[in-house]
Design a protein around this ligand. Sequence first.
Ligand code: GLP
Length: 238
Amino acid sequence: MEIIKVNDYNEMSQKAFSFFKEQLKKNPASVLGLATGSTPLGLYGLLIKELKGRQDLSFKTVNLDEYIGLGKDDEQSYYNFMFKNLFSELSLPSANWHVPEGRGRNNLSRFIKLLQDIGQRDIQLLGIGANGHIGFVEPSHKFPEQEAMIINLTQQTIQDNSRFFEDDMTKVPTQAITMGVPQILNAKKIIILASGENKAEAVKKAIQGPVTPQCPASILQEHSNVTWIIDELAGSKL
Ligand code: GLP
Protein backbone atom coordinates (compact mmCIF):
# COMPACT_ATOMS: atom_id res chain seq x y z
CA MET A 1 0.00 0.00 0.00
CA GLU A 2 1.28 3.43 -0.93
CA ILE A 3 0.45 6.36 1.31
CA ILE A 4 0.88 9.85 -0.09
CA LYS A 5 0.53 12.59 2.48
CA VAL A 6 -0.30 16.04 1.18
CA ASN A 7 -0.96 19.35 2.87
CA ASP A 8 -4.51 20.09 1.92
CA TYR A 9 -7.53 19.37 -0.24
CA ASN A 10 -6.10 21.12 -3.32
CA GLU A 11 -2.90 19.16 -3.22
CA MET A 12 -4.88 15.95 -2.74
CA SER A 13 -6.94 16.76 -5.84
CA GLN A 14 -3.81 17.61 -7.88
CA LYS A 15 -2.12 14.38 -6.89
CA ALA A 16 -5.19 12.30 -7.72
CA PHE A 17 -5.47 14.12 -11.04
CA SER A 18 -1.90 13.20 -11.95
CA PHE A 19 -2.77 9.48 -11.65
CA PHE A 20 -5.84 9.86 -13.87
CA LYS A 21 -3.97 11.94 -16.41
CA GLU A 22 -1.22 9.35 -16.61
CA GLN A 23 -3.73 6.52 -16.98
CA LEU A 24 -5.59 8.27 -19.80
CA LYS A 25 -2.31 9.01 -21.54
CA LYS A 26 -1.34 5.35 -21.31
CA ASN A 27 -4.75 4.17 -22.49
CA PRO A 28 -7.33 6.73 -23.68
CA ALA A 29 -9.96 3.95 -23.63
CA SER A 30 -9.42 3.16 -19.94
CA VAL A 31 -12.23 1.96 -17.70
CA LEU A 32 -12.55 4.17 -14.63
CA GLY A 33 -14.55 3.55 -11.47
CA LEU A 34 -15.82 6.84 -10.06
CA ALA A 35 -17.13 8.06 -6.73
CA THR A 36 -19.36 10.83 -5.43
CA GLY A 37 -19.14 13.06 -2.37
CA SER A 38 -17.31 16.30 -1.65
CA THR A 39 -13.93 14.57 -1.72
CA PRO A 40 -13.55 13.96 -5.49
CA LEU A 41 -14.99 17.33 -6.57
CA GLY A 42 -11.57 18.99 -6.87
CA LEU A 43 -10.31 16.12 -9.01
CA TYR A 44 -13.38 16.36 -11.26
CA GLY A 45 -12.76 20.10 -11.68
CA LEU A 46 -9.21 19.36 -12.83
CA LEU A 47 -10.41 16.65 -15.23
CA ILE A 48 -12.87 19.14 -16.74
CA LYS A 49 -10.08 21.69 -17.22
CA GLU A 50 -7.94 19.08 -18.91
CA LEU A 51 -10.55 17.40 -21.09
CA LYS A 52 -13.17 20.07 -21.87
CA GLY A 53 -13.68 20.57 -25.58
CA ARG A 54 -11.95 17.34 -26.58
CA GLN A 55 -14.07 15.44 -29.08
CA ASP A 56 -12.00 12.27 -29.04
CA LEU A 57 -12.77 11.03 -25.52
CA SER A 58 -13.17 7.26 -25.42
CA PHE A 59 -12.80 6.23 -21.79
CA LYS A 60 -15.66 4.54 -19.96
CA THR A 61 -16.77 5.06 -16.40
CA VAL A 62 -18.94 3.32 -13.87
CA ASN A 63 -19.94 4.72 -10.49
CA LEU A 64 -19.87 2.93 -7.20
CA ASP A 65 -23.34 3.58 -5.91
CA GLU A 66 -26.69 5.35 -5.94
CA TYR A 67 -29.50 6.01 -3.48
CA ILE A 68 -32.45 3.67 -3.77
CA GLY A 69 -35.53 5.56 -4.92
CA LEU A 70 -33.66 8.43 -6.59
CA GLY A 71 -33.26 8.79 -10.34
CA LYS A 72 -32.07 11.10 -13.07
CA ASP A 73 -34.65 13.75 -12.28
CA ASP A 74 -33.84 13.92 -8.55
CA GLU A 75 -31.56 16.76 -7.57
CA GLN A 76 -29.68 14.64 -5.01
CA SER A 77 -29.24 11.48 -7.06
CA TYR A 78 -25.68 10.43 -7.75
CA TYR A 79 -26.58 10.36 -11.43
CA ASN A 80 -27.27 14.07 -11.21
CA PHE A 81 -24.16 14.66 -9.16
CA MET A 82 -22.00 13.09 -11.87
CA PHE A 83 -23.84 14.92 -14.63
CA LYS A 84 -23.56 18.30 -12.94
CA ASN A 85 -20.01 17.97 -11.67
CA LEU A 86 -18.35 16.19 -14.56
CA PHE A 87 -20.18 14.86 -17.57
CA SER A 88 -22.24 17.92 -18.53
CA GLU A 89 -18.89 19.65 -19.11
CA LEU A 90 -17.31 16.93 -21.25
CA SER A 91 -18.02 15.64 -24.74
CA LEU A 92 -17.89 12.05 -23.58
CA PRO A 93 -20.72 10.10 -25.27
CA SER A 94 -23.48 9.42 -22.72
CA ALA A 95 -23.20 5.70 -23.49
CA ASN A 96 -19.71 5.76 -21.99
CA TRP A 97 -20.65 6.77 -18.44
CA HIS A 98 -22.76 4.81 -16.03
CA VAL A 99 -24.29 5.23 -12.60
CA PRO A 100 -26.25 2.34 -11.06
CA GLU A 101 -29.99 2.90 -11.20
CA GLY A 102 -31.66 3.75 -7.93
CA ARG A 103 -35.05 2.57 -9.10
CA GLY A 104 -36.69 0.46 -11.72
CA ARG A 105 -37.21 -3.25 -11.97
CA ASN A 106 -34.18 -5.50 -11.71
CA ASN A 107 -31.84 -2.59 -11.12
CA LEU A 108 -29.50 -4.81 -9.11
CA SER A 109 -29.19 -7.47 -11.81
CA ARG A 110 -28.78 -4.75 -14.43
CA PHE A 111 -25.94 -3.22 -12.40
CA ILE A 112 -24.23 -6.60 -12.06
CA LYS A 113 -24.52 -7.15 -15.82
CA LEU A 114 -23.14 -3.65 -16.47
CA LEU A 115 -20.13 -4.41 -14.27
CA GLN A 116 -19.49 -7.61 -16.20
CA ASP A 117 -19.90 -5.91 -19.58
CA ILE A 118 -17.70 -2.92 -18.84
CA GLY A 119 -14.85 -5.14 -17.68
CA GLN A 120 -12.08 -4.68 -15.17
CA ARG A 121 -11.54 -1.09 -14.07
CA ASP A 122 -8.05 0.32 -14.60
CA ILE A 123 -8.53 2.68 -11.67
CA GLN A 124 -11.19 2.66 -8.97
CA LEU A 125 -11.52 5.97 -7.19
CA LEU A 126 -12.80 5.87 -3.61
CA GLY A 127 -13.63 8.28 -0.83
CA ILE A 128 -14.11 7.10 2.72
CA GLY A 129 -17.09 7.64 4.99
CA ALA A 130 -16.51 8.89 8.53
CA ASN A 131 -17.56 5.40 9.62
CA GLY A 132 -15.04 3.73 7.29
CA HIS A 133 -17.47 2.89 4.50
CA ILE A 134 -16.36 2.65 0.89
CA GLY A 135 -19.01 3.10 -1.78
CA PHE A 136 -21.98 2.33 0.40
CA VAL A 137 -20.51 -0.82 1.91
CA GLU A 138 -21.41 -0.01 5.49
CA PRO A 139 -19.79 -1.38 8.67
CA SER A 140 -21.28 -4.74 9.65
CA HIS A 141 -20.35 -8.03 11.28
CA LYS A 142 -19.28 -9.70 8.04
CA PHE A 143 -17.79 -8.50 4.74
CA PRO A 144 -20.54 -8.85 2.15
CA GLU A 145 -19.58 -11.28 -0.59
CA GLN A 146 -21.87 -10.07 -3.37
CA GLU A 147 -20.53 -8.31 -6.47
CA ALA A 148 -23.16 -5.64 -5.91
CA MET A 149 -26.02 -5.28 -3.48
CA ILE A 150 -28.79 -3.18 -2.01
CA ILE A 151 -28.04 -2.25 1.56
CA ASN A 152 -29.53 -0.32 4.47
CA LEU A 153 -27.66 2.86 5.29
CA THR A 154 -26.45 3.27 8.86
CA GLN A 155 -27.73 6.10 11.04
CA GLN A 156 -24.31 7.75 10.89
CA THR A 157 -24.29 7.80 7.09
CA ILE A 158 -27.86 9.12 7.00
CA GLN A 159 -26.82 11.85 9.41
CA ASP A 160 -23.57 12.64 7.54
CA ASN A 161 -25.34 12.84 4.20
CA SER A 162 -28.31 14.85 5.48
CA ARG A 163 -26.28 17.98 4.65
CA PHE A 164 -27.24 17.33 1.03
CA PHE A 165 -30.91 16.98 1.99
CA GLU A 166 -31.57 20.33 3.69
CA ASP A 167 -30.12 18.90 6.92
CA ASP A 168 -33.26 16.83 7.25
CA MET A 169 -32.46 13.21 8.08
CA THR A 170 -35.98 12.14 7.16
CA LYS A 171 -35.32 13.20 3.57
CA VAL A 172 -32.25 10.97 3.17
CA PRO A 173 -33.00 7.66 1.44
CA THR A 174 -32.54 4.74 3.80
CA GLN A 175 -31.12 2.33 1.25
CA ALA A 176 -28.54 2.35 -1.51
CA ILE A 177 -27.32 0.17 -4.36
CA THR A 178 -23.56 -0.27 -4.26
CA MET A 179 -20.67 -2.23 -5.70
CA GLY A 180 -19.74 -4.93 -3.24
CA VAL A 181 -16.31 -5.71 -1.83
CA PRO A 182 -15.27 -8.27 -4.52
CA GLN A 183 -16.07 -5.76 -7.28
CA ILE A 184 -14.25 -2.90 -5.59
CA LEU A 185 -11.20 -5.11 -5.09
CA ASN A 186 -11.34 -6.30 -8.68
CA ALA A 187 -9.98 -2.98 -9.97
CA LYS A 188 -6.37 -3.04 -11.19
CA LYS A 189 -5.57 0.01 -9.11
CA ILE A 190 -7.41 1.71 -6.26
CA ILE A 191 -6.96 5.37 -5.39
CA ILE A 192 -8.59 6.40 -2.15
CA LEU A 193 -8.79 10.04 -1.09
CA ALA A 194 -9.34 11.45 2.38
CA SER A 195 -9.52 15.06 3.47
CA GLY A 196 -10.47 16.71 6.74
CA GLU A 197 -10.41 15.96 10.41
CA ASN A 198 -13.69 14.06 10.44
CA LYS A 199 -12.01 11.31 8.39
CA ALA A 200 -8.95 10.95 10.66
CA GLU A 201 -10.32 8.13 12.82
CA ALA A 202 -11.59 6.11 9.84
CA VAL A 203 -8.28 6.59 8.01
CA LYS A 204 -6.33 5.36 11.02
CA LYS A 205 -8.52 2.29 11.47
CA ALA A 206 -8.46 1.49 7.76
CA ILE A 207 -4.68 1.70 7.43
CA GLN A 208 -3.35 0.69 10.82
CA GLY A 209 -6.17 -1.33 12.32
CA PRO A 210 -7.08 -4.96 11.75
CA VAL A 211 -8.93 -5.96 8.57
CA THR A 212 -12.48 -5.97 9.87
CA PRO A 213 -15.97 -5.49 8.42
CA GLN A 214 -16.49 -2.94 11.20
CA CYS A 215 -14.27 -0.69 9.08
CA PRO A 216 -14.98 -1.67 5.45
CA ALA A 217 -12.04 0.36 4.06
CA SER A 218 -9.65 -1.88 6.02
CA ILE A 219 -10.22 -4.57 3.35
CA LEU A 220 -8.04 -2.45 1.04
CA GLN A 221 -5.05 -3.74 3.00
CA GLU A 222 -5.57 -6.95 0.99
CA HIS A 223 -5.32 -5.28 -2.44
CA SER A 224 -1.88 -5.22 -4.06
CA ASN A 225 -2.13 -1.81 -5.72
CA VAL A 226 -3.72 0.78 -3.45
CA THR A 227 -2.70 4.41 -3.17
CA TRP A 228 -4.04 6.52 -0.33
CA ILE A 229 -3.86 10.27 -0.84
CA ILE A 230 -4.45 11.88 2.53
CA ASP A 231 -4.32 15.50 3.58
CA GLU A 232 -2.79 16.65 6.83
CA LEU A 233 -6.00 16.69 8.88
CA ALA A 234 -7.25 13.32 7.64
CA GLY A 235 -3.83 11.85 8.39
CA SER A 236 -3.48 13.48 11.80
CA LYS A 237 -4.07 10.25 13.73
CA LEU A 238 -1.67 8.07 11.76
C1 GLP B 1 -20.87 8.88 0.51
C2 GLP B 1 -20.51 7.96 -0.67
C3 GLP B 1 -19.08 7.49 -0.61
C4 GLP B 1 -18.21 8.66 -0.23
C5 GLP B 1 -18.50 9.06 1.19
C6 GLP B 1 -17.72 10.29 1.65
O1 GLP B 1 -21.89 8.44 1.32
N1 GLP B 1 -21.37 6.84 -0.84
O2 GLP B 1 -18.71 6.92 -1.86
O3 GLP B 1 -16.86 8.31 -0.32
O4 GLP B 1 -19.86 9.17 1.45
O5 GLP B 1 -18.32 11.47 1.22
P1 GLP B 1 -17.58 12.86 1.25
O6 GLP B 1 -16.53 12.80 0.21
O7 GLP B 1 -18.63 13.88 0.94
O8 GLP B 1 -17.02 13.01 2.61
